[in-house]
Write a protein that binds this ligand. Structure first.
Ligand code: RB5
Length: 146
């Protein structure tokens, strides 16, 4: 599995935490910034990373900003992306099992690094259930392909 990760200036600390986690888990990843001492615009990071996941260059993507909201809104504009904004472990598991989310967004001003690490760990290791969910995810894909 190859994971693309990025944050704006509001998500640098959690980005580092998740990179440490992926190193510990032996997960291959690439960091797409930001190299930010100053404030940057989250779409400049969310959109390129979402495109890399959508075109298959990466299997999954993780985005962090202050709230996670801007990153998730931007990523979900890219066709093929199902980016889940998650701040609890239950939802991290459920969105993989039910939605087959291929991107995860979190907010560093909302949760701390310990919870972010647990969320990412569960999200990265939980498989999509398919079955009854396939019809639902399929309806999203069909809408995108209209
Ligand atoms: C930056 O101040 C902040 O707006 C951004 O990190 C994010 O929370 C946007 O949704």
């Amino acid at each position: 599995m190859k994971v693309a990760i990025a944050s704006d200036h509001g998500g640098v600390n959690i980005r580092e935490e998740i990179k440490n986690l992926m190193n510990e888990m032996g997960i291959e990843f690439e960091d797409f910034g930001c190299e930010c001492g100053t404030s940057v615009d989250y779409p400049d990071y969310a959109l390129p990373v979402a495109q890399k996941v959508a075109n298959g260059e990466f299997d999954k993507g993780i985005l962090i900003c202050g709230t996670g909201i801007g990153m998730s809104i931007a990523a979900n504009k890219v066709k093929g992306i199902r980016c889940a904004l998650v701040h609890d472990v239950f939802s991290a598991k459920a969105t993989r099992e039910h939605n087959d989310s291929n991107m995860l967004a979190m907010g560093e001003r909302v949760i701390g690094p310990g919870l972010a690490r647990e969320i990412a760990k569960v999200w990265l290791t939980t498989d999509y259930e398919g079955g009854r969910h396939e019809n639902r995810v399929g309806k999203i894909k069909a809408y995108e392909n209209q």
